[in-house]
Design a binder for this molecule. Structure first.
Ligand SMILES: [Zn+2]
Length: 335
C-alpha cells in the first residue's frame, strides 16, 4: 500500500504573508503532478471526528479553533493564525493522519502513506495551538491506532528542525508512544533538552536528540541509525510515524541546519527498511519546511526513497555515542 493523502481544504488555511502558506502544498503537488504522482494512490482525506481530536486535545481548544474560524479568523499567538478556512483545513489535516493510520493498519501488510497536508501539528499541545500548528496530527494518528486497532506501541520520529513540544507534552507520561525528536538547539520553541526523558511510566519514552546549528546529514543520519533504529528493534512498534518537517534543509530560511535532499532520502530509507524488518507500516506527515523549492525536492526525495529499495549510506557513528550512553538505562540495546 502506497498512499498520498491530500485535501483541497488544506489550501484554504490562509495565513497571509506567513512562511507557512499554501504555496508550500502548491509546490509539492506541482512537482508530483509532473511525475504523474509517482504511481501513488492519491486519497482525499476525510475530516477528523471530534471524538478523534478529544483523545489528545482539550475540548476548549477544539471549540476555540472552531469559533475563531467561524468568526473569520484571527491571531492565536504571534506566530499562529486561523482564517475562515482553517477549521476545515485542521480537521482534514488531522483526519488525513488518522485515516491513513487506519488504512495502513487495516491492510496489515506494512506499506506507507505520506500526508501532504497543512496546518502542521507537532507544536500543538493538549490545550494550546501554537507555532503554526492547530491540532497535533501525529498525536491524533497515534491515538487512533491505539483506540481503533489496539496498537500498543507507536513510535513517532520527528525530524523537523524544531522540537515538537506538543507531541512531547501529549505523550510525556505515556509508555504507549516513543516520541523521538532530532532538532536544532537553541531554536524555537526552546524545549527538547536531552535530559527531558518523560515522566512516571513514560520515563525513557521521550527521546530528545538536540543538535547544534550547522548540523548536517552526518549528524541527523547518525542519530536515526545509531539511536532511533536500535530503539525500534528493541521495542518493535506496530506503527511508525514520521513528523517530517523539511526545515533542517540548508536552504530553509528559519533555521541553520545543513541537510539536503539526499539526507532526507537516507533517513527515509532507514525508516523504510526498519518498517519492513519489523512489519510495521510507516506514516509520514508533513510538518515544516519553508523554502518551497527545497521542500518540494525533499518531499519527492522522501517519496522516491519510500518506493525504492536502495540502502541508505552508513553515517559515522561517533556523533550518536553520547546520546546512546544517556539512554542506556531505558534502552539496554544502546549499550
Ligand atoms: Zn519546524
Amino acid at each position: 500500500m502506497a498512499l498520498y493523502v491530500r485535501h483541497p481544504s488544506c489550501f484554504q488555511h490562509d495565513t497571509g504573508g506567513h512562511p507557512e502558506s499554501a504555496r508550500r502544498l502548491v509546490a509539492i503537488e506541482e512537482s508530483l503532478a509532473e511525475r504523474d504522482w509517482m504511481g501513488l494512490e492519491v486519497v482525499d482525506a476525510i475530516a477528523a471526528e471530534r471524538e478523534q481530536l478529544l483523545r489528545v486535545h482539550e475540548a476548549a481548544l477544539v471549540d476555540r479553533i472552531e469559533d475563531l474560524s467561524a468568526r473569520g479568523g484571527g491571531m492565536i499567538d504571534l506566530d499562529t493564525i486561523a482564517s475562515a478556512g482553517s477549521w476545515e483545513a485542521a480537521l482534514h489535516a488531522a483526519g488525513a493522519a488518522a485515516g491513513a493510520a487506519d488504512r495502513l493498519l487495516s491492510a496489515g501488510d506494512g506499506g506507507y502513506a505520506f500526508c501532504g497536508t497543512r496546518p502542521p501539528g507537532h507544536h500543538a499541545e493538549r490545550a494550546r495551538a501554537m507555532g503554526f500548528c492547530l491540532f497535533n496530527n501525529a498525536a491524533v494518528a497515534a491515538a487512533e491506532a491505539r483506540a481503533r486497532h489496539g496498537t500498543e506501541r507507536v513510535l513517532i520520529l520527528d525530524w523537523d528542525v524544531h522540537h515538537g513540544n506538543g507531541t512531547e507534552e501529549i505523550f510525556y507520561g505515556s509508555s504507549d508512544v516513543v516520541y523521538a525528536s532530532i532538532h536544532q538547539s537553541p531554536l524555537y520553541p526552546g524545549t527538547g533538552a536531552a535530559t527531558d526523558l518523560g515522566t512516571g511510566e513514560g520515563e525513557g519514552f521521550t527521546v530528545n536528540l538536540p543538535v547544534p546549528p550547522g548540523s548536517g546529514p552526518d549528524e541527523f543520519l547518525a542519530l536515526v541509525q545509531g539511536v532511533i533504529a536500535p530503539i525500534c528493534r528493541e521495542w518493535k512498534p506496530g506503527l511508525m510515524i514520521v513528523s517530517a518537517g523539511y526545515d533542517a534543509h540548508r536552504d530553509d530560511p528559519l533555521a541553520e541546519c545543513e541537510l539536503d535532499e539526499t539526507a532526507y532520502a537516507d533517513m527515509t530509507a532507514a525508516m523504510r527498511d526498519l518498517g519492513s524488518e519489523l512489519g510495521a507500516p510507516l506514516l509520514v506527515l508533513l510538518e515544516g519546511g519553508y523554502s518551497v523549492t527545497a521542500l518540494a525536492r525533499s518531499v519527492l526525495a522522501t517519496l522516491d526513497a519510500l518506493a525504492g529499495d536502495a540502502s541508505p549510506r552508513e553515517a559515522p557513528g561517533a556523533f550518536a555515542a553520547p546520546f546512546r550512553e544517556r539512554l542506556v538505562p531505558f534502552w539496554p540495546s544502546l549499550a
